[in-house]
Write a protein that binds this ligand. Structure first.
Ligand SMILES: C[S@@+](CC[C@H](N)C(=O)[O-])C[C@H]1O[C@@H](n2cnc3c(N)ncnc32)[C@H](O)[C@@H]1O
Length: 328
């Protein structure tokens, strides 16, 4: 079946291009290519009814929300660095990571989880996308697209295609990750990758001193990460994000070194009192998927029911209280 995909600029259709797909049976439905404000391309999924990245920039988002708070300068060149990229999509997070790392002097061991092969494949056919990367990154992304693997003198990577809820158990049991980048669609659209169970399993895969980084700042997700034993920090919004109070979350499999770093880094800070209190509201009730096969609807319905029965403070009351405190 052939489907028209449209090129969008900030939501406006500019012109059509054709992508071959069987959208009815593919996990993301129809994919539409969009451009973002930093000139990088992104996609929109008709199934999830959501864009892959924010309008201000797909590449910018990878650099600011994932690579900067990862503080890769902390990686030693003497030891292999293990990275898990959950929801690889077009490959911006791995691409930006490799551009930022001194790959000739670093031993990188990368694993990716992704359900749909099309985003990377569509991206690699786009001249803008291709020309934005170094030869090194282009080779790696092409190799992942063609064979699911890459290897060079120091480093190697492998993507496990399929539902991350299954594939997480296919990852070698002995690997502990120094960095996990969790870039699923929003919890409201893709709750199955934000459940207490999935987040706990991801957290167990962190090495001592490792970081789990996500753009998500929701109380439900932070609560699950905290119960999984991680220390939490808030990603500091960059100025262009205006009045935003957080750009995401870093979960630390903590060591004293990490805690000491809090005073001297521009990327994240420990949770404010307001954010800590958010975790005590009914917004912090987690998404649950105890049998690991629940549908998004079931997960959302269960959480709603739990929230209705809960006596925790509502998020609107928490918000009102803090607005008042800030205006006083
Ligand atoms: C927000 S996009 C990721 C963007 C990506 N990090 C990038 O740099 O382009 C979310 C991705 O999650 C993938 N996804 C959705 N459900 C999934 C699942 N159950 N298991 C694995 N991947 C999934 C989608 O195919 C999509 O590529």
């Amino acid at each position: 079946m052939q489907h028209q995909s449209h090129i969008l600029t900030f939501g406006k259709i500019l012109k059509g291009s054709t992508i071959k797909n069987k959208t009815d049976c593919l996990p993301l439905g129809n994919l539409t290519t969009c451009s973002t404000a930093d000139g990088s391309i992104s996609l929109h999924s008709s199934y999830f009814k959501e864009r892959f990245h924010c309008c201000s920039g797909a590449r910018k988002e990878a650099e600011e929300k994932f690579i900067a708070p990862a503080q890769i300068e902390r990686f030693s060149t003497k030891k292999a660095v293990n990275v898990l990229d959950v929801c690889v999509g077009l490959g911006y997070n791995i691409g930006c990571l490799i551009e930022a790392l001194d790959i000739t002097n670093t031993t990188l061991n990368w694993w990716g989880l992704e359900i749909d092969r099309r985003p990377l494949n569509i991206a690699l056919k786009n001249p803008n996308f291709n020309s934005s990367w170094s030869a090194e990154v282009k080779n790696i992304l092409n190799s992942i697209d063609i064979s699911g693997k890459w290897e060079n003198s120091n480093s190697k990577g492998e993507i496990l295609w399929g539902d991350a809820r299954e594939k997480i158990f296919v990852l070698p049991k002995t690997i502990k990750f120094d960095l996990i980048m969790l870039d699923a669609f929003s919890p409201a659209k893709c709750p199955q990758l934000w459940t207490e169970e999935f987040l706990s399993e991801l957290s167990k895969k962190l090495a001592k001193g490792g970081r789990l980084i996500t753009f998500c700042r929701s109380a439900a997700i932070r609560g699950s990460l905290k119960r999984s034993g991680l220390k939490l920090a808030s990603i500091i919004p960059i100025q262009s994000e205006g009045k935003e109070w957080s750009s995401g979350t870093v979960g630390f499999c903590t060591t004293t070194t990490d805690l000491k770093m809090q005073d001297r880094n521009p990327h994240w800070k420990l949770l404010s009192d307001m954010e800590e209190e958010h975790l005590l509201t009914n917004a912090a009730i987690p998404y649950r998927d105890q049998n690991w096969i629940s549908t998004p609807k079931e997960i959302i319905r269960r959480r709603k029911e739990e929230q209705q029965q809960s006596e925790l403070e509502s998020t609107s009351s928490w918000r009102r209280r803090w607005r008042k405190a800030q205006s006083d």
